[in-house]
Design a protein around this ligand. Structure first.
Ligand code: MRU
Length: 362
């Protein structure tokens, strides 16, 4: 997608063929800064502090991070240690494990002296696959937006939570890919972007990337969605997911579940966009089995933004001494999900629905 008219992906290989470029998302929306990762530790830090975030991009960065690790030490012990370092960064998005397993297998099957090249090749393949996958999610999901427009003849209002746009993937996004495809096809639409406390991915990232593409949008407080749905001002909810259970339960940014409940109460369709890499076929009960990341309470007690004199500052929100808890994700049970938008088409949020699209998993 474009940044001030220049096409960008969220991650790329530098011209030297080994260093890895990323957009530092902690600096958005106030500054657009790219940085270069040179070591395994830098890749792990970028994931932990959320310079890169979003399940597919976490996977892509981990893949290149492992390639950097193998470059530092291509022995089996080196591979295992690098895997563990990256695996420990964030627990919820299953793309992390998926990408690390893919690269590890490629490295182990490569001949002596070819392990580094095999790791880089697999990381590049994961990135290319993500772009094609997300584009395809966009094409399938855009049909829902087109159908909603056909029904009313009015601009389609789509509510999304967190950032599941191109910044969360290598390109295109998951929840927002249908928005981009429909918008580019000329369908009149408007996005309600939940601000998404505590890290404000909606206010900072979704709003920024939609604005870069010219998509009409409005940032709303997290708690506004239910009110808007009660008053017929949301035609469709579309969110992403960090881990999708084989049962169709979806784990996404904290607060997604409440949107699913409000959508159900108001008869608003609630769809989830996801690539194959977020499906955890080993988990059947999302609520009980998916690990929920708990992050530093400082993300709740403090907030950062740009002051009127242009400086980016962090300020305290809560009384000194109040405890704060920072649960980063929640699970929306399959029963609240109207459908899953995948690269292979749209299915019911159920084991049968998923197996219908991925019969090789039967
Ligand atoms: O904590 P984050 O910013 O990594 O959380 C991101 C989300 O919750 C996204 O909705 C999810 O990764 C789906 S991404 C396409």
């Amino acid at each position: 997608m474009n940044v001030d008219g220049t096409p960008y992906r969220t991650i790329w290989l530098a011209e030297d063929g080994w260093r890895v470029g990323i957009i530092d998302q902690t600096r958005l929306p106030h500054e657009f800064v790219t940085i270069t990762l040179e070591t395994l530790d830098e890749a792990a830090e970028a994931i932990s502090v959320m310079r890169v975030r979003g399940a597919p991009l976490i996977g892509a960065t981990a893949a290149y991070g492992l390639a950097l690790g193998v470059r530092e030490d291509e022995s089996e012990a080196g591979l295992e240690a690098a895997y563990e370092t990256l695996f420990a960064t964030r627990p919820t998005a299953v793309n992390l494990r998926w990408a690390l397993d893919e690269v590890s297998t490629a490295v182990r099957t490569a001949g002596a002296g070819e392990r580094v090249a095999a790791a880089y090749a697999k990381a590049a393949e994961i990135c290319e696959d993500d772009v094609a996958t997300c584009r395809s999610i966009g094409e399938h999901g855009a049909e829902l937006i087109k159908a909603a427009y056909k029904k009313t003849g009015k601009p389609v209002n789509i509510l999304t939570h967190c950032n599941a746009g191109w910044l969360a993937t290598v390109d295109w996004g998951t929840a927002l890919a249908p928005v981009y495809v429909a918008y580019d096809a000329g369908v009149p639409l408007h996005v309600w972007a939940d601000e998404t406390r505590p890290r404000n991915q909606g206010a900072s990232l979704t709003a920024w990337e939609l604005g870069q593409h010219g998509v009409p949008h409005t940032v709303i407080a997290d708690n506004a969605g239910g009110h808007l749905m009660q008053h017929g001002r949301v035609d469709l909810c579309i969110t992403g997911t960090d881990r999708t259970a084989a049962s169709g339960d979806v784990c996404n940014k904290i607060g997604t579940y409440l949107k699913g409940l409000a959508a159900r109460d108001n008869g608003v369709p609630f769809y989830v966009g996801l690539p194959h890499s977020t499906i955890d076929w080993t988990i059947h009960d999302g609520v009980r089995e998916i690990p929920i990341e708990e992050r530093d309470a400082a993300e709740v007690t403090h907030i950062s933004g740009r002051s009127d004199d242009g400086e980016v500052v962090s300020v305290a929100l809560t009384p000194a001494g109040s405890a704060a808890a920072n649960f980063a994700f929640d699970v929306t049970p399959a029963a609240l999900v109207t459908g899953l938008i995948t690269e292979r088409g749209i299915c019911d949020a159920s084991t049968e629905g998923l197996l219908g699209l991925y019969p090789e998993r039967r």
